[in-house]
Ligand binder design. Structure first.
Ligand code: PMP
Length: 460
């Protein structure tokens, strides 16, 4: 039991069930209570300062103290705190935000549907694909293709798309027809001696072979994160995305870019699909859309998808789908203001400008005795902990080293997150050169301590 004289700790242990938490361990450890934010930094209830180098959950682009977003929420709450957009109703914030997203996203993506979360957005994508194919008279075209280690959410359908064992095991998932393909991670998944180009060719062959084996007439969509996030930050091998796009187009399979993490400058380009040279039929955004000050996600679709859905609604009389909070006016007002801040301060450009310093700085750890690979792009990166770099052997027990590093980072005043063996970085887009230097310095001190610990524990 945590002995700190703070009733909030005791109350949390007594009453809260935490997401993504070992609940029994939590009863012993207690919570880390964050009380306030200031730019890229947050403070805990003991007054300790941390650089938030994961931007909350990969999401707080404008930092933790942006009063313009507080004001936008307050003004909207006073004017029209809630309204919906069912059955022809509308309000200005969601109209303006849909217009803004159509303008910001790549050419051809013109129509926007709002949900409250990324998971709901991907559920909605699945339902859109099913609805559309039923409307087009091809009810057998329902399966999805996704990738091992992809992350698309945790609801029953979006959690089925996710390709991570902890999201499936004991939840009886996948519960919809989905085939998970090889993770496009060259370092981990290439064969011995296989070039990056050959690796890409093998993955594209796997994709096409899978489509042909299952029958193109049975496959509705392919979903992927341009840069994979919560599965361990994996950037795609050269030529992968244009190849996937070509194959999807060939077999009339909807290509869905899950840009919940990638969107709005994270990769150094406005959207990950632009960074990697492809245009999806459906683009899903959330997180940095409002900097997570309010829950909101947006699905942006092209005219082909919109028209097929709209035609079916005309036949059926409605689109029987939508959430009470779809396009919530306060969330949309915050989203609009957040995107204005991103544009006015050129935060996407900031990510591109700081990319070399951030990525090169982290790659200096590639020779560290605990590290297997450092990877990333823009302001997102992963440092994979590996017992033996040459053989790529992981530490045991699984994830223990990355967990230790994350705990040591916290001691140094740096919040990062371990995703399996990888320590993930995804700082707010507002970070400065000084912040990046400080992130690297604190991480370096944590890695030195981790090495001492690993030696003392006999883990190396
Ligand atoms: N897609 C991706 C790529 C994500 O990273 C996440 C969340 N980490 C989701 C979907 C699910 O979003 P949410 O947690 O808002 O349901």
């Amino acid at each position: 039991m945590n002995q700190r004289p703070n009733s909030l700790h005791a109350s949390d242990i007594a009453h809260s069930m935490h997401p993504y938490t070992n609940m029994r361990a939590h009863e012993e450890k207690g919570p880390m209570i964050i009380t306030r934010g200031d730019g890229a930094r947050v403070f805990d209830d003991q007054g300790k300062e941390y650089i938030e180098a994961l931007a909350g959950l990969w999401s707080v682009a404008v930092g933790f103290s942006e009063t313009r977003l507080a004001d936008a929420a307050y003004e909207q709450l006073k004017k029209l705190p809630y309204y919906h957009s069912f059955a022809h109703k509308a309000h200005e914030p969601s109209i303006r935000l849909a217009e803004k997203l159509a303008e910001m996203t790549p050419e051809g993506l013109n129509r926007v549907f709002f949900t409250n979360s990324g998971s709901e957005a991907n559920d909605t994508v699945i339902k859109m694909a099913w609805f559309l194919n039923n409307g087009l008279g091809r009810p057998e075209k329902k399966k999805f293709l996704a990738r091992n280690k992809g992350y698309h959410g945790i609801t029953i359908a979006s959690g089925s798309l996710t390709g991570l064992p902890s999201n499936h095991k004991d939840f009886d998932l996948p519960a919809i027809p989905v085939t998970h393909l090889t993770t496009p991670h060259y370092w981990r998944c290439a064969n011995e001696g296989e070039s990056e180009v050959a690796f890409t060719a093998r993955l594209l062959k796997e994709l096409e072979d899978t489509i042909l084996a299952e029958g193109p007439e049975t496959i509705a969509g392919f979903i992927g994160e341009p840069v994979m996030g919560a599965g361990g930050v994996m950037t795609p091998p050269v030529g992968y995305w244009p190849g996937v796009a070509e194959i999807c187009a060939k077999y009339d399979i909807l290509l869905v870019a899950d840009e919940v993490i990638n969107g709005f400058g994270r990769t150094g380009a406005p959207f990950g699909c632009q960074k990697y040279g492809f245009t999806p039929d459906i683009l899903v955004t959330s997180k940095q859309l409002t900097s997570s000050y309010m829950p909101l996600a947006a699905i942006v679709v092209n005219d082909k998808v919109y028209n097929a859905i709209a035609d079916n609604t005309a036949k059926l009389g409605t689109f029987g789908h939508g959430f009470t909070g779809s396009g919530h006016p306060v969330a949309c007002a915050v989203g609009l203001e957040n995107l204005a801040i991103i544009e006015e301060n050129d935060l996407m450009g900031n990510a591109a400008r700081l990319e070399p310093m951030f990525q090169d700085g982290l790659r200096k750890f590639a020779d560290h005795p605990l590290v297997g690979e450092v990877r990333g792009v823009g302001l997102i990166a992963g440092v994979e902990m590996t017992k033996d770099r040459a053989t790529k052997t992981a530490f045991e027990p699984a994830g223990a080293m990355a967990t230790k590093v994350v705990a040591l980072c916290a001691e140094e005043g740096l919040i990062v997150r371990n995703v399996y063996e990888t320590v993930a970085f995804c700082p707010p887009l507002i970070v400065t050169e000084d912040d990046v230097a400080e992130i690297l310095a604190r991480f370096g001190r944590a890695m030195d301590k981790a090495l001492d610990w690993a030696k003392a524990e006999g883990m190396l």
